[in-house]
Write a protein that binds this ligand. Structure first.
Ligand code: PAF
Length: 280
């Protein structure tokens, strides 16, 4: 039976009790409105830990002023049932007051330079500072041995890995595979903003990512691949923030660079901003 905790003292007592028994603790931070992608992270954490804590906290500091903080879907009952089914032991529900005891303006913030400032960081200024700030607080509250993050948020995972290394945070970071709908659309809480007309068109992002890989592997120039991806998405009705191919550390590529690559897209369809990526 999953236990829902809202008091930090109780959470600490539960986690400390497990650690005294020699159990490893896994952690999956979320913003709720959970889907199969989140549940796969709980199952992944379970493979590396004896107990799993998941948090639901819609973090105000990672949303920009014109973003969807107030309308972000909140579905606590369904989330609790789903987490229990996925094997989560504790659902941690912090309040805004407990997360930011000095208020948001005076909150200590974490900035990870470089990797935070490109792509998503360039289009959503301050976003990764908000993510790192809340993830650090959650890590300090839960004190897990291992934590799982989805690879759909490829850059978020890179930023968190860098933060953990840089600040010597003693937590192993796991990346969970992207979970997709049958037409290839990456699962996301924001997919439900799509209208009935937009929903089938949203799968064009995945097809574009696959075409980018094929064109790169086929020897086309980086500039041609990126331009064609943007053109293709615009033709399908998207407003494109970026459609790029990068090194896995998000550094720039040169034509003919060997080694692993990732194509990343962020694009808006109507009022919905979607991101996805493909590694090869
Ligand atoms: O990926 C998310 O859902 C959020 O960015 C996270 C990691 C829970 C921090 O609020």
């Amino acid at each position: 039976m999953i236990e829902t905790l809202t008091e930090l003292d109780t959470l600490r007592a539960r986690v400390n009790g497990w650690k005294r028994e020699g159990l490893r603790v896994g952690f999956v931070p979320t913003m709720g409105n959970l889907h199969a992608g989140h549940y796969s992270l709980v199952m992944l954490a379970r493979q590396y830990a004896d107990r799993v804590v998941s948090s639901v906290f819609v973090n105000p500091t990672q949303f920009g002023p014109n973003e969807d903080f107030t309308r972000y879907p909140r579905t606590p009952e369904a989330d609790t049932t789903g987490l229990e089914g996925a094997g989560c032991d504790v659902l941690w529900l912090p309040t805004v007051e407990s997360m930011y005891p000095f208020g948001i303006e005076l909150a200590a913030r974490i900035n990870v330079p470089g990797v935070s400032s490109v792509l998503e960081g360039a289009h959503r200024p301050g976003h990764f500072d908000g993510v790192c700030t809340v993830v650090t607080r959650l890590f300090n509250q839960v004190q897990p041995d291992v934590a799982a993050f989805g690879k759909k948020d490829f850059q978020q995972l890179a930023v968190i890995r860098q933060m953990v290394t840089d600040l010597a945070v003693p937590i192993e970071i796991l990346g969970g595979s992207i979970v997709r709908e049958s037409d290839g659309l990456a699962m996301s809480s924001r997919n439900q903003y799509l209208t009935a007309d937009e929903r089938p068109r949203a799968a064009e992002i995945r097809r574009t990512l696959l075409a980018m890989r094929e064109a790169m592997v086929g020897g086309q120039s980086l500039a041609a691949v990126e331009a064609e991806a943007s053109r293709r998405l615009a033709e399908a009705g998207f407003e494109v923030d970026y459609a790029v191919v990068r090194r896995p550390d998000l550094g720039m590529l040169q034509d003919g660079s060997p080694g692993a690559k990732v194509s990343l897209v962020a694009a808006r369809l109507g009022k919905t901003r979607l991101i996805d990526n493909l590694e090869w």
